[in-house]
Design a protein around this ligand. Structure first.
Ligand code: DX5
Ligand code: ZN
Length: 215
């Protein structure tokens, strides 16, 4: 089995010390750094923009996995790439012309991901899956860390896994993941685990990351 990627979400990190937090989570064994971008429109919360991403870039060489929870992401793709994003994921619900957005991301030679909210059926991404590098299945309604995992997301992971056949693609699950449910999430076909509060609510990031590594 391919290695499972652990992508800590810095949404639950100490925002007053983000550079230090990134260094700490890198040393604790994070594979990717998951960065949640929110615009107060697509989701009812505001977080960070490209200038913060840019200033964090020098604290780690690990891939920046940027999750855009914003309306009309097309206009910001170039800025996030310039800021140092390695993976840019946009929501299917965010744009009228999502194919254009995905192709714009790919034109910059970074990885392109498509995200779906809990209530969005997998059939809506059936065609776009052919051209993306990553599918992000939200297991909570996006906007906040520390929410409870929505159980029907498990079927969606399986559905995405079944629909891609043998294609090599990242299947990322985000929201409410902890040591008790990670095994189930991975057994359904997830190969990128995002976790925010489970990791950052402890002082021992390394231990928490190890608990998420399902064997
Ligand atoms: C929610 C974000 C998640 C969030 C996960 O909108 O996309 O990445 O930080 O946090 P936990 O793991 O606490 O649910
Ligand atoms: Zn996220």
């Amino acid at each position: 089995m391919d290695k499972i990627i652990i992508a800590p979400s810095i949404l639950s990190a100490d925002f007053a010390n983000l550079g230090k937090e990134i260094e700490k989570i890198d040393q604790a064994g994070a594979d990717w750094i998951h960065i949640d971008v929110m615009d107060g429109k697509f989701v009812p919360n505001l977080t960070i923009g490209p200038s913060v991403v840019k200033s964090l870039r020098r604290y780690t060489d690990k891939p920046f996995d940027v999750h855009l929870m914003i309306e009309d992401p097309l206009q910001y793709i170039e800025e996030f790439v310039a800021a140092g994003a390695n993976i840019l994921t946009v929501h299917i619900e965010s744009s009228k012309h999502i194919d254009r957005v995905i192709n714009a991301i790919k034109d910059f030679k970074v990885l392109a991901g498509i995200a779906i909210n809990p209530a969005t059926p997998v059939c809506l991404i059936k065609d776009i899956v052919d051209i993306v590098d990553l599918v992000l299945i939200m297991a909570v309604n996006p906007g906040f860390g520390g929410q409870k995992f929505i159980n029907y997301s498990l079927n969606k992971i399986q559905e995405v896994r079944d629909s891609i056949g043998g294609k090599k693609i990242f299947i990322e699950v985000d929201g409410g993941i902890n040591a008790n449910n990670v095994e189930h999430v991975v057994s359904c076909g997830c190969n990128v685990v995002v976790a925010g509060s489970f990791i950052f609510s402890s002082n021992e990031y390394k231990k928490q990351i190890e608990k998420l590594r399902v064997r």
